[in-house]
Design a binder for this molecule. Structure first.
Ligand code: GLA
Length: 550
């Protein structure tokens, strides 16, 4: 049964998010020129010896299926094992997939091992069984920036295959999320949204994705229609029918087709409003039957009532569904988003140009730092690397190589969810090098889970710092000007003591050993970044003896 909504806050939607609602078919990808950026690759090839890259902390609710992969690079065959794996979980020694359920809340400390003919590597995993999930920012792929409304089951499956075959799964990339465009009409056991004919079998798609060791995400919104013109979780009618579908204003996939008024003007967005009847519980039950792991819930302005309604519906389920709110979450309600969601989009839609990266990354994110932490991440929107185009104007990203380094570095520093937005089947070596730098990804996935803060910002450069769990610190020096610059820092300004090493994270190489009062300077390209780690952290030993000059 649908739920009659208790409140009905707005009858006319206020639209700030710019949804690309075109239903045009994706152009052929054959004619896209992929520039050869191989000379810009900094990430060294992964070593032959094993390196475990998966998150050091993982949260699951009691009784929910555990899906954690020991993601590792290194030559195959590789054998995985673990010490301290609690009863209820099993580890597949060949794939490294840990599965099962745990009934009792608590912290489990597990040592993970990966071995091959070249050596062995270990990493500690803190498994938190409790009410919090998404203890590190989700890493995965989303269909929107690439396929827009031209997404299909085939394309989603191809992306999942590419995530495995191109080795991204070995770096901890795991979610395969369908954005807008999968929805047909209501029906089935729960009178829930069924898929349209581009998605002939959602359960099979979910199974195929899970069998590859990946997780499955879906999209919806609480309006009667979504941005791309498909039905949402609400309806104007108690039986879950939609007027525009009854009136025949739709295409073969039940996508709203913009009609014209008597003057020949396009009547737009008549479906961008909340409905009288909510089918949230019906839809959530259906998603659980399909084994969904991630939900992007999208409308604007986000409000307390609808956010909490979905939160309550997800909470009662026996599986963990990452709850990702979208878009342009109002800052005045930041505590609400941090409390009820796992990720919340802070802005409108990202584009593949410097202005968009600058406006979202540098101008828009700082204020969210206090509300971003393990379990609830401020989301700076999906990555615009590789081939993007929203399904209708496919192209290689308009960002220069330096701007791409800035994009990836800043998103890692801001602890933003990392959702690849490109055609995964045509990933080029440069894009792979940006997505598969284990040391850079470790900064995003650091278990302390802090959002970087801006230590210094002028009109020409910006220095961000992010404390890490082991006491070390990531420092990103961004040149936001259009001329080359030298940027640096003095470690004692950040509170460091003792001899320090400076590690270039993109090159994965120590580049200096300095005293805390010495300045470290480096050249940074226009719109580029130097991404360093200062380590080790300060010693915890008692300091005795006469003061030194340092
Ligand atoms: C909005 C969102 C986008 C995407 C589209 C889908 O514009 O902000 O990320 O989900 O809707 O229609």
């Amino acid at each position: 049964m649908p739920v009659m909504k208790k409140t009905f806050p707005i009858s006319i939607a206020f639209i700030f998010g710019i949804g690309l609602t075109s239903g045009l078919l994706a152009q052929s990808t054959q004619d896209i020129v992929i520039p050869d950026y191989s000379a810009y690759i900094l990430t060294p090839p992964a070593p032959e010896t094993p390196r475990i890259n998966s998150a050091k902390v993982f949260g699951v609710r009691p009784g929910s299926p555990v899906m954690y992969n020991i993601a590792a690079t290194g030559v195959r065959p590789m054998t995985f094992s673990a010490k301290g794996l609690p009863k209820g979980l099993t580890l597949d020694a060949k794939t490294g997939f840990i599965r099962g359920t745990l009934k009792t809340a608590g912290t489990y400390r597990i040592t993970l091992y990966a071995s091959n003919s070249k050596g062995r590597n270990e990493r500690e995993l803190r498994l938190e069984v409790g009410d919090k999930i998404a203890l590190t920012p989700p890493m995965g792929w989303n269909s929107w920036n690439c396929w827009g409304n031209a997404v299909s089951q085939e394309k989603v499956l191809a992306s999942a295959k590419a995530m495995v075959e191109k080795g991204l799964i070995n770096y901890g990339w795991s979610y395969i999320n369908i954005d807008d465009g999968w929805q047909g009409k209501r029906g089935g056991k729960y009178n829930a949204i069924q898929s349209n004919r581009k998605f002939p079998d959602m359960k099979k798609l979910a199974d195929d994705i899970h069998n590859m060791g990946l997780k499955f995400g879906i999209y919806c919104g609480p309006w009667v229609g979504t941005y791309a013109g498909h039905i949402g979780c609400e309806s104007d009618n108690a039986d879950g029918t939609y007027d525009w579908i009854k009136e025949g204003k739709h295409n073969e996939n039940y996508k709203y087709v913009t009609p014209e008024d008597s003057l020949g003007n396009k009547v737009r967005k008549e479906h961008y409003h909340h409905g009288m009847y909510s089918f949230v519980n019906n839809d959530v039950k259906q998603w659980c039957d399909w084994d969904v792991d991630y939900l992007k819930y999208d409308w604007n302005p986000n409000d307390y009532y609808d956010t909490k309604e979905m939160y309550d519906a997800l909470k009662t389920q026996k599986r963990d569904i990452v709850y990702s709110l979208s878009n342009s979450a109002p800052y005045a309600d930041a505590p609400i988003w941090a409390h009820f969601t796992n990720c919340y989009r802070t802005t409108g839609d990202i584009r593949d140009n410097w202005k968009s990266i600058y406006d979202i990354g540098f101008a828009g994110q700082d204020k969210w730092a206090a509300f971003s932490a393990p379990g609830h991440w401020a989301d700076a929107d999906m990555l615009v690397l590789g081939i993007v185009g929203w399904g209708r104007n496919m192209r290689y990203t308009g960002l220069t190589p330096d701007e791409q380094y800035t994009h990836m570095t800043l998103w890692a520093m801001l602890a933003s969810p990392l959702l690849i937005g490109c055609d995964m089947s045509r990933l080029d070596p440069f894009t792979i090098s940006l997505l598969c730098n284990a040391e850079v990804n470790d900064i995003n996935q650091d278990p302390l889970g802090v959002h970087a803060f801006r230590y210094y910002h002028s009109s020409e450069y910006a220095t961000y710092v992010k404390q890490l769990e082991d006491g070390s610190m990531a420092v990103a020096m961004f040149n936001i000007s259009s001329k080359p610059m030298t940027i640096g820092f003095i470690p004692n300004r950040f509170g460091f003591r003792g001899k320090l090493k400076i590690r270039d994270l993109w090159r994965q190489k120590d580049v200096a050993e300095i005293n805390p009062d010495e300045r470290f300077d480096t050249n940074v390209n226009p719109h580029g970044v130097a991404f360093m780690k200062i380590y080790p952290g300060n010693s915890r030993e008692r300091i005795t003896g006469k003061p030194t000059s340092k």
